[in-house]
Design a protein. Structure first.
Length: 165
């Protein structure tokens, strides 16, 4: 990889990371607060439908791409002793932490509510919603949103320092 490729990858990383930030933030400030206001059967059915829809090749590429892109630009910045390396390292560490939270906390909770199947009765929906641990899911979504925000800010600083724009 040469300097031009590196700077291009850095910009691509910033854009893709920012789109993931938007998705995570949308859950924090719109989707989950909206679902909080509905009854239990509606919550369960709606969350199941949203979660099934988001698991698609485009989103998976979008979500995991920043991790690999940050690893690549981190290596290049380290190898070439670039001034912006420290920003990239922090961006990588924060994004990696967001991915770990997603895989360790949010995805298992999502999978749990999807296993419930179609919920017809109010009692079954109430149980499913309680087992989902809505507050825990939202807390960790806020955490991964904040980590992704820090990652995007650090990547922006790296773009600025590298004069990629």
């Amino acid at each position: 990889m040469n300097q031009t490729h590196y700077k291009s990858l850095l910009l691509i990383t910033l854009v893709v990371s920012a789109t993931v930030l938007g998705i995570l933030a949308l859950y924090s400030h719109t989707i989950m607060p909206g679902l909080r206001k509905v009854d239990d059967p509606t919550f369960v059915k709606s969350f199941q439908a949203i979660d099934r829809q988001i698991i698609n090749p485009i989103f998976m590429l979008q979500f995991f791409a920043p991790l690999f892109l940050l690893a690549a630009v981190s290596y290049y910045a380290y190898k070439h002793h670039l001034v912006e390396a420290k920003y990239i390292y922090v961006a990588f560490a924060c994004y990696l932490a967001a991915v770990v939270i997603t895989v360790a906390v949010n995805v298992p909770l999502n999978d749990g509510i999807k296993k419930v199947g179609s919920v017809a009765s109010g009692d079954a929906a109430t149980t499913a919603r309680a087992q989902f641990q809505e507050a825990k899911w939202l807390f960790f979504n806020h955490a991964r949103t904040l980590l992704t925000l820090i990652s995007v800010c650090c990547t922006s600083a790296a773009v600025w320092v590298s004069k990629a724009l």
